[in-house]
Design a protein around this ligand. Structure first.
Ligand code: URP
Ligand code: ZN
Ligand code: ZN
Ligand code: ZN
Length: 473
């Protein structure tokens, strides 16, 4: 691997930007230097093994996607990206770390589920990875296992207020798990939708013959996201557990988070690109069965109710702190099509892991967020939120050399047969044109993407143990 100098670029961090060269030795950054620095009279560029010319480009810390589901079992099928294909696609898109979810199913031991996820990922990944633990069955065994997760390098777990009979936890179970979260340094992540109420609406809609993908969005009404978000906040308040609400889409849920934060609480939220760009009417409501491509939960919200503008604004005001993808891809053929004639049988999820950095860069192009905020919500805050900061999320001496050279003058056409390396037979982002392009990607010092080529190998990526959340108030 040797030494690498990334030269001529504008280094962008969460707090500022400036011209600097970055010197990498092996897997780590060793120095940020004034451009053109000489050492004992020699030009540094002549002494290193590899020079990456970043002239006219931004140099940023590699993206951290803190919410992915490679090979996730869901609705009788399995997410179509495994750790190999999914992390390779992530690398193409400038993401150098993912945090995936190990799934404890009902009746399963937590440690067994974690072992299964380690087996699935080990030796397969293109980039570094870690896990959150899904607790799909809160009981004495899983609560005991929860306390031991930090010893495994895992410092966050997810509970579901949705999906009764699958992953669902009732309020009593949530309360118990949060009590542990409050005194073990574990961050409680919450899927905040009122599942039992949703199931009633699903049954009623289907009985009325309303079977199209569009009705997935009607059944999962914003009131049920707002209510669950509020309930989760109150239970967190009572127990003292820090809370992180995943895939926030409704403006009313954002308002709940903002109010809790204004009371000084350790309450955080992520959103996903689909909630910033796509809508109930334009996507879920597409003709025929096409809307199935965008069936995910929480659902895409109504364009008419202007949720998107509020979610963008919350990203600016830090009422939402970061953007993950909730990458959970399913093919139309053989997977999504299980729900033809019954939207409730469409496996939930959208595939975006390759496009997050580009899609969020559009927020910079369109004047919605600053360049620095782009870095913050896609890399620095994910690192701090999930105990990776210092090694990841920052370009500084001692940090892993996870580095992306991003070309603001480049262009990216998203879609099948264009930019798309995910294992899907369609793209949820077909036709999106991005002003900007991922130019070069280094993962722990190794150039894995350059000159439009993938140069990494499966197994390059390693499991990363995480510290507790570094973002608490
Ligand atoms: O639709 C989604 N979000 N699928 C993945 C599972 C989850 O709830 O995150
Ligand atoms: Zn979820
Ligand atoms: Zn506020
Ligand atoms: Zn998810």
């Amino acid at each position: 691997m040797g030494t690498t100098l990334i030269t001529g670029g504008t280094v962008v961090s969460a707090t500022g930007r400036g011209a600097a060269d970055i010197l990498v030795d092996g897997e780590r950054i060793v120095a940020l230097l004034e451009p053109g620095t000489t050492v004992l009279g020699a030009n540094l560029a002549e002494t290193v093994d590899t020079v990456v010319d970043a002239t006219g480009k931004y140099v940023i810390p590699g993206g951290i996607d803190a919410h992915t589901h490679m090979s996730m079992p869901f609705g009788g099928t399995t997410a179509s990206d495994d750790f190999e294909s999914g992390t390779r696609a992530a690398a193409w898109g400038g993401t150098t770390t993912i945090i995936d979810f190990a799934v404890q199913k009902f009746g399963e031991r937590v440690q067994d589920s974690l072992d299964t996820w380690h087996k699935m990922a080990s030796g397969q990944c293109a980039i570094d990875y870690s896990f959150h633990q899904i607790i799909g069955d809160v009981n004495d065994e899983s609560l005991t296992a929860l306390r031991r997760l930090p010893d495994e390098g895992i410092t966050s777990f997810k509970l579901f207020m949705a999906y009764p009979g699958v992953f669902y936890s009732d309020d009593a179970q949530i309360l118990r798990a949060m009590q542990i979260g409050a005194n073990t340094g574990l961050l409680t992540m919450m899927h905040a939708e009122n599942g039992p109420a949703i199931d009633v609406l699903v049954e009623q809609l289907l009985a009325e013959g309303k079977t199209d993908p569009y009705y997935h969005g009607i059944a999962r009404a914003w009131q049920l996201e707002e209510e669950a978000t509020h309930r989760a906040i109150m239970l967190a308040d009572l127990t003292g557990a820090p809370l992180y609400v995943v895939h926030v889409s409704a403006k009313q849920a954002v308002a709940q988070l903002a109010a809790a934060r204004d009371r000084g609480r350790n309450v955080f939220g992520e959103t996903c690109p689909q909630y910033l760009y796509l809508s109930l009417e334009d996507n879920l409501g597409a003709p025929g069965f096409e809307g199935a491509k965008w069936v995910c939960s929480t659902p895409l919200r109504s364009r008419r109710e202007e949720h998107q503008a509020q979610v963008w604004q919350a990203l600016r005001t830090n009422d939402l702190q970061m953007v993950s993808t909730d990458h959970c891809p399913f093919c139309m053929k053989g997977q999504k099509d299980m729900g033809i004639g019954d939207f409730s049988k469409i496996p939930n999820g959208v595939g975006t892991v390759e496009h997050r950095m580009d899609l969020m860069y559009q927020g910079v192009v369109e004047g919605r967020i600053t360049l620095e905020r782009w870095v913050e919500i896609t890399s620095t805050t994910p690192a701090r939120m999930f105990g990776l900061y210092g090694r990841k999320g920052v370009l500084a001496p001692g940090a892993d050399a996870d580095i992306v050279v991003y070309d603001p003058d480049g262009h990216t056409s998203i879609g099948l047969g264009k930019t798309h390396h995910m294992n899907m037979d369609h793209s949820a982002w077909e036709g999106y044109e991005i002003d900007g392009r991922v130019d070069t990607v280094l993962s722990r010092g190794k150039v894995v993407v350059a000159d439009g080529e993938y140069r990494g190998r499966k197994g390059d990526g390693q499991f990363v143990r995480r510290d507790p959340c570094q973002y608490l108030i």
